[in-house]
Structure formats: C-alpha cells, structure tokens
Design a protein around this ligand. Sequence first.
Ligand code: UD1
Length: 420
Amino acid sequence: MAKYLVEKNGPLRGEVAISGAKNAVLPILAATILAEGPCEILEVPALRDVDVMCRLLRGVGFHVEEYYEEGRILVEPRKLTTDEVPRDLVKKMRASFLAMGPLLAKAGQAMVAAPGGCTIGARPIDLHLKGFRALGATVDDGGDPISARADKLTAGKVYLDFPSVGATENIMMAATLAEGVTVIENAAEEPEIVDLANFLNKMGAKIKGAGTDTVRIEGVQALHGAKHAVIPDRIETGTFMVAAAITRGDVLIKNALPDHVKAVTAKLMECGVTVEDLEEGIRVRGDRGPLASTDIKTMPYPGFPTDMQSQFMALMTTVKGTSVIVEKVFENRYMHIGELNRMGAGIRIEGNNAVIPGEQRLHGAQVIATDLRAGAALVLAGLRAEGVTEVSEIYHIERGYADFIGKLQALGAKITKVED
Ligand code: UD1
C-alpha cells in the first residue's frame, strides 16, 4: 500500500492552480444519464472518484472517453442496458447513489445497492427516497438493493428535514423529466447544486432557484446533450489556504472563486491570516504576525463547510490559544482527532465539542487517513511536525485531491509518495 512521507517544512511559497470541483463533477456526470445526446464536460479533475463515476456510466451502457490531461470527458448516451447501478461501484463511492434519480426518470425504474454508513457517520438516504416518493415513485427500501419505479414521474412538493446536498441533487435530477412543477423546500444551497442546475438547464431543463432554499423544477419531455465547464473546487481551495496558513507561508491560489470560500476566509482572517482577493487569485499569507485561535461550527453552505473541519483543526493546533470546533453536519466526523493526537495535538472531545489546545509541538508519527479530508489534515499537520509523518491509506486522499503532492511539492513542501 502506498503512503506519503511528510517532513517538517518552512513556509510554503508560490502559486497553485485549483482543479475542477469533485462534488460538482460527480452529480454532473450522473446527470448525463438523462441526456439524449452527447455531453462534453470540461475542467474535470483527475480523480479516482471521477473514474468510478465513468465506470458507472459504462456499466449502464454508455460510451465514455476520459481525457484527464485535457480535463475533458465525453459521454455518449446509448440505450440503457440496465436500470441497476453496479453494486461494487456503490460500495466504492457513495456518490454513485446520485445515479438513482436520473435512472428512475429516464428508465422508469432504478435499483441501487444501499450505500451504508462510512467513517464520518451513518449517512442515511431517507431524504432522497422521500423525494422520489413525492414524485410518485414506489420505493422499496426494505432490502438491498433499494428500488424505485414509476411509469411516469409527476411533480411534487418536497420539504427536506435537513438541507442535504445529495438529496437536493438527486430529486432535482429526477424532477427534470416529471410532469408539472416540483418544489424542493429547505433545499441545500451549495455552489455545486447551482453548477448542476446550470448544466441541466443547458440540457433543456427548467430549473429556477438553485442556490437558494427553494428550488423549482418544471418538468420537460426530454433533455439533450450539452457542454459544460465544472466550477473550481472550493474545498481544494480552502485546503491550500490552510496549507499557506499552517506553514506561515505566502501562496497565490489561482482559478479559485473567493465567493465560494467566504466562511473559510472569514475564519482565517479572525486568526490573523491575511487573505487578499487579487485579479490573479486569492493570496493567503500566514507570515504577517502571530496567529491566534478561533472557534468553528460547521454548517450547511454558506456556513463553514464540514469538509474543511479537519484541516482547520490541524491549523488550530499550531496557533496561540485554545479553540473549540463543533461538527454539526456529520455526527461522527472526529476520526482524525485520534490521529492528530498521535502527533502530539492533545485534542479533547467534550460532548460534541472538540477542544484544541494551541501552540502544540507536533511530532511525526505513523497516522492513517481515515477519510479524504482527514487525510488532507494529517498531511498539513505533517508539514509542521518535527521529524517525518507517515500517512497511510492515502487512496482516500487521491479520491478527492487532484495531484495533491505534486501541487504541494511545487510550493516547496517536502512530501513524497512511497510504495510499502
Ligand atoms: C455532500 C458532499 C460531501 C460533504 C457533504 C456535506 C458530494 C459528493 N459529497 O455529501 O463532501 O461533506 O455534502 O457538505 O457532494 N442526511 C439525512 N438523510 C439523507 C441525506 C442526508 O439525514 O437522506 C444527513 C446526513 O446524514 C448528514 C447531512 O444530512 O448528517 C448532510 O448530508 P448531505 O448533505 O446529504 O451530504 P452528501 O450529499 O452525502
């Protein structure tokens, strides 16, 4: 198994270009199932999860060409050969469940293996299914696979008990071909939902309100192919912002959208990090004075993203003062605390709060990337820790960060990938 060796580093300096957003390209690729003609997706990041979604599309009979050097994927819809998403792909990647809405709408029936929990929490799919039922589908979730069928979907009104990103996307995709106007209330407002809606609208869908808490989808007869460039990854952006801060460096982050990282920017500035929106990109400086602690509560967008919680926690171990982080989106997303503590972080869990003492002298250790963002946090902590940090199970990191170590190395980081 491959691992990363990370050495203590001085300030990271230079420029980094952000790739297309993982969490936007995955639903967009799932949405191509709805298309009657070829789709061309641009600004595609070279990620394992993207390849899994392409395999899923091939699994249902489509022709897919992946050109990662050009950041381009071509999807040519063919007649669906199955209405079942291959089980091994759902087990490999939860986002495979996003194929259920499009398959149900296109084929009138869909079967997807129950995705199950993961290290960050139970992750139920009840809200996705609530939405399909509201569109008139008969859903059987008593067994595995979960199945849904409807000869013709009809519009409905869905209130999401929690603004789930995946449920909003799945229901939005299914509703594009439902008869009438569907309304999703308490919808998630993440930028990736807006990007998906923009793509669907280019395909001929009639979606309004994406990016607000109420999304209206007027069903159409059919969707055609479209060409679309994926938005930049705001979590990769935030991760490099924290990389600049934790090493007290000076990094220009190109191809990033400042509006999408407002919460991260605000919290970094509260700590004393300088963040400037320049024409060329976001310049982040952690070298302009001592950094101090701040408290964080993760929330649905536009709140502070849960996907930035662990990286920020790594930063908080290095600043002056104690900070408290509260995870409000996923109940079990504290797995990285045990790993950071192996490096000397001394973080305590008190109820739902993580209490992080600042100014810890981190030291290298053998640590495990328990999930994608936890893995990124351990790499960032490793850049500050005395000695060498060995991060294993790095396939998690490679699922979601395009050329993570190449980009860090270009900023001066001492990080290498070795095979065990
Ligand atoms: C997406 C992102 C993930 C991010 C998360 C929250 C993708 C591919 N993944 O995941 O990186 O961490 O948003 O920003 O875009 N919930 C239910 N019932 C449901 C669905 C969700 O109770 O049917 C709960 C979940 O358990 C969780 C919360 O809603 O507590 C948020 O989950 P959700 O927004 O659905 O996350 P994902 O779409 O899975």
